[in-house]
Design a protein. Structure first.
Length: 264
């Protein structure tokens, strides 16, 4: 059920959409001179094609210029984190724990190495999943209730994004560097009596998780995560890095602003 504000905003947004497009209004707003500004989007085939910035009254270009980077930043990072949470948190923990519960007695050194790598992989996933659970609770139980986002929320969402990127980087680093060993571990498990106790999906997961090194390497490179020996230092480096690399992206989005005119 939409609230009255959303209904009014949707009515304004629809005046600027093309007949082939869908529209949405983000539920959060940024306050400028006492006026709440919301970000709206236009989609085609479930892909965003343009955005707009609205308030209940009359929009002012100078105020939109203040609200736009903050709303865009929050929308981009929260959208990415929500997608990660949907994908990651739907993986049952048994996909990790059941293979690790099978003994590897008298296995080759490569199989032992693969088992150790898979355990390291599981350790990273636990930390990764906790970040995504914390983000989900923050977004659903805090942001969506008050809806008014501030500089504090931008800081918090950046912190979540940095941690998620680091854990994703660590995940891919294990899978690319230890992929052959993990595949050897999976092949060993197939020949054990305990293999039959795994579900079909659990078997597919352990057999395929380390396949496709080239594609995983590309994904890791695309994350553009800076490495450091100390984890806290790595977080600090990548927090500053996130601000710099996303600044140009946010600025570039202005060419896709459909309303109000005069922004891009």
């Amino acid at each position: 059920m939409w609230d009255q504000t959303t209904k009014l905003l949707m009515k304004k947004v629809k005046k600027h959409k093309k007949w082939t497009e869908g529209v949405f209004v983000n539920p959060v707003y940024w306050m400028v001179n006492g006026t709440p500004y919301y970000m709206a989007g236009f989609t085609r085939n479930n892909q965003s094609v343009a955005c707009a910035y609205f308030t209940i009254g009359d929009e002012k270009v100078d105020e939109v210029l203040i609200a736009q980077p903050n709303l865009s930043y929050f929308a981009d990072l929260s959208g990415n984190l929500s997608q990660m949470a949907t994908e990651r948190l739907n993986i049952p923990i048994t996909f990790y724990t059941k293979p690790l519960s099978i003994p590897v007695v008298n296995a080759s050194p490569q199989v032992q190495q693969g088992r150790d790598a898979f355990e390291d992989f599981w350790e990273v996933q636990q930390a990764y999943n906790q970040v995504l659970r914390d983000y989900t609770a923050y977004y659903n139980d805090d942001v969506l209730i008050r809806k008014h986002i501030t500089d504090t929320d931008l800081t918090k969402i950046k912190e979540f994004a940095v941690l998620a990127d680091i854990y994703q980087h660590q995940t891919l680093k294990i899978l690319t560097s230890q992929g052959e060993a993990i595949q050897a571990f999976a092949a060993f498990l197939e020949n054990t009596q305990e293999w039959s106790s795994l579900s079909r999906e659990e078997k597919k997961f352990i057999k395929r998780i380390a396949v496709g090194k080239e594609n995983m390497q590309k994904n890791m490179d695309a994350l553009n995560v800076l490495e450091a020996n100390d984890f806290d230092q790595m977080v600090k480096l990548n927090y500053d890095h996130l601000i710099n690399k996303n600044k140009a992206i946010i600025e570039g989005q202005r060419q896709y602003i459909r309303y109000p005119k005069g922004i891009s």
